[in-house]
Design a protein around this ligand. Structure first.
Ligand SMILES: Nc1ncnc2c1ncn2[C@@H]1O[C@H](COP(=O)(O)OP(=O)(O)OP(=O)(O)O)[C@@H](O)[C@H]1O
Ligand SMILES: [Mg+2]
Length: 249
């Protein structure tokens, strides 16, 4: 294990993905340390979402190494990768409108693996405490009894993140979380992701550079399927190559 911390590193080395002759990823190498919060930016079609598809097993690399700790992710299917503790948030939330915040989180706790376990389910004190802990983490403790239907767009996204946290992921992948959010919701989302990283790794793809700046962590710029630049937001924003292909448009 790198760095001696608990948890696993995500390790991509020389990853290429070819769709009908088109290289969506081109010799991509990337390491995410345990507990790290990493932002990924880059122009449309740079391969950001494809990179997440590779990690979750949705897409297979044509060549290259993809490891999570000691696990070779290229040999595992999507459910097996999810079971390793790799969670993914899609842009469209899958919260249940008719259920309350609490009930949505309760459902996320029961959801996995054995479908029959639901039938035997009784919500014990430890489970209740975990739901309450996650509601605090996502800033919705005061909304516990409110139906998801009446939440704002931003609050629904946070609830979705909370549902992923119920599964206690080691690595969370988040694709464009602040699209459609108000400025204040965007700020809250940056604070939320800062809060939840550390205990697990978080990789967040986003075009909103104010949001990426608010995350205050290392930024990777992808372009044409490979890493163009990496470093602080100030470093990458001042990198002439990044300005040319991404920022200067
Ligand atoms: N299943 C697929 N079959 C064929 N081409 C694909 C497939 N998935 C992605 N691509 C292509 O690969 C390239 C990279 O796409 P990807 O969605 O990863 O980009 P992105 O960086 O997430 O872009 P955006 O910022 O627009 O979300 C695009 O040209 C896309 O059309
Ligand atoms: Mg994308």
């Amino acid at each position: 294990m790198i760095g001696g911390m608990s948890g696993s590193s995500l390790y991509l080395d020389g990853v290429s993905v070819v769709f009908d002759g088109f290289r969506a990823l081109n010799n991509l190498s990337l390491i995410i340390e345990p507990g790290e919060l990493r932002a990924i930016i880059g122009p449309n079609g740079a391969g950001k979402t494809t990179m997440m598809d590779i990690v979750t097993g949705k897409t297979r690399p044509t060549t290259g190494v993809v490891r999570f700790g000691e696990h070779d992710l290229t040999r595992l299917d999507e459910p097996a990768i999810a079971n390793l503790g790799i969670g993914r948030k899609f842009q469209k939330p899958t919260v249940f409108d008719a259920l309350t915040v609490f009930e949505n989180l309760e459902l996320a706790l029961k959801a996995p693996r054995d479908p029959w376990s639901c039938l035997r389910w009784v919500l014990g004190a430890p489970a209740r405490r975990r739901i309450e802990g996650v509601m605090e983490e996502i800033g919705l403790a005061e909304r516990a009894r409110d139906r998801a239907a009446i939440l704002s767009h931003g609050q629904r996204q946070w609830l979705e993140i909370g549902m992923l946290l119920m599964q206690e992921p080691q690595l969370l992948l988040v694709d464009e979380p602040v699209a459609g959010m108000t400025d204040q919701e965007t700020e809250h989302t940056a604070a939320l992701l800062r809060r939840i990283a550390g205990q697990r790794s978080v990789v967040v793809v986003e075009h909103d550079l104010e949001f990426v700046r608010a995350l205050g962590e290392k930024v990777t710029v992808l372009c044409e399927g490979t890493v163009l630049s990496e470093g602080s937001i100030d470093h990458v924003q001042n990198d002439p190559r990044v300005i040319e292909v991404y920022l200067g448009r």
